[in-house]
Each structure stands twice: as C-alpha cells, then as structure tokens.
Design a protein around this ligand. Sequence first.
Ligand code: GLN
Length: 265
Amino acid sequence: MNKEKKIFSTLMVLAMVGLAVALSGCVEEEVNKIIVGTSADFAPFEYTDENGNIIGFDIEMVTAILESLNYTVEVKDIGFDSLIPSLQAETIDVIAAAMTITEEREEQIDFSIPYYEADQSVLIKKDSGVEINESHNLENFTASIANLTIGAQTGTTGAGWVQENLIDTGLMDEANLKLYDLYIDAVADLDIGPARLDVIILDLPVAQAFAEDSGREVVYTIITGESYGLGVREGETDLLNKINAELEEFMASEEWTTLITKYFE
Ligand code: GLN
C-alpha cells in the first residue's frame, strides 16, 4: 500500500467509527425522547416568542417534569383539534395544551391530576358597540348573546359551551357560531369588528392575556369550573403514574410559585 492509500484507509476507518458513535448516541437519545404536543396560540399557557420559540406556563412546567424523569423533550405545535388524534397516532406522546379534563375526552385519552382551574369568558373589542347583559342571571346573559356572532376555536370547551347552551337550546342560529383552527385568528377577526365577529368565548386566563394592552376587554365570566390536565395515551399507566407523582411534587414546590408569578402576575 502506498502512503497515500494508507492515510486514506485510516481516515475511512476513523470516519466509520465516528459515525457509529454518533448513531449509537442518537439511538440512546430516541429511547428517552418524549414529544409534547401543544397548540401555541393560548398565552400565557403556550405561545411563540418573537424568535418563533414555543414558550409558556405549560411548556416550562411539562419540560421540568419530564426532564426530572430523565426524558429529552421536543415540543410540536399542532392545531388544538388534532392533539388527541395525534396522541392516538403516536406522533406525539404527551399533550400540554391547557386541555380541560372532560368525560368525552377521558374516553379517548388518559389525563394527569388537575393542575389549573379555569372558567370560560366573553372577550369583546372595546368601543365596538357590542352589548351584552352582564347580569349574573344566566338566562338574561344567554339571551343577550344569542343574536351576536360568536367566535371560538374548533374542538374546545368554549365552542362546546356555545353549542350546548345556545345552539342545542334553539336560542341561537348555528350560522352565528364561527369556528377557528386558532384562537389568534378569531382575535384578528374580533379586532376588525362586528362586521366579522362580535365576541369570542374562551378560557378566562387566556382572554385576560388577549385583553392586556389591547383594545379588547373581558366583559363576562361564564362559570364552568374546568380543570386542566396533561394528556397521555390510554393504557400508558407507567408514564402517567410517573408524571402524576412528579407533577404533585412540582405543584408543592417553589418552582411552581415562581412559574405562576412569571406567567400570571
Ligand atoms: N381549555 C379549553 C379546552 O380544553 C381550551 C384549550 C385550548 O384552546 N388550548 O377545550
């Protein structure tokens, strides 16, 4: 073998060893990787910063929990309505999306212990002339809202509330409910004004975030008493138990208080 050939084959061997090491590293990482699915249009729980990074209360919380369990976390942004099908299709492993624990969803996935309580609310554009009856008599309120064009995100409990309380009861025409893939698109229409949309119904903490430093206002709270949970595939009891234990500990820690202050105060 001439000298050049020798150097070449030595380099080849080194390259192959390097590749093998790199590949084994990948395989190891894959085993401990968890893909978290979210719908990043729901500040302060999940949203994107100016650099396109997905951030928020849920994201920090779920990352801390899964990292303590020695997982590497990847976050995927998908439409809210596609989260449960994606979990079932195994393209994601955990849902962290301010998702309300409901009976209907419990038939399809498993939920962690509850980590946050929320009600629904009505968001309007200030000075749009849209008026609702703010009395705490639910009948007066629903009657006043039934003639309006209402926006909500597909598949959410907000959309469900309108369906059950206004459409199914015959109070409101189905055409008055406009469903959006993303709440941010509903908010863009609200900002255009009543020609597009009169009000949005959505979770109160998120409505408050949309109302901050904007021309929007939360005018009513619809008491629904919802609890958010993290979602995992049905039957993944081991993962669920580990998440629950870690979540319980996390919620009693100072880190939790720090996160609450950071995102809600
Ligand atoms: N909490 C609501 C629900 O579960 C909305 C969640 C969301 O839009 N991210 O339907």
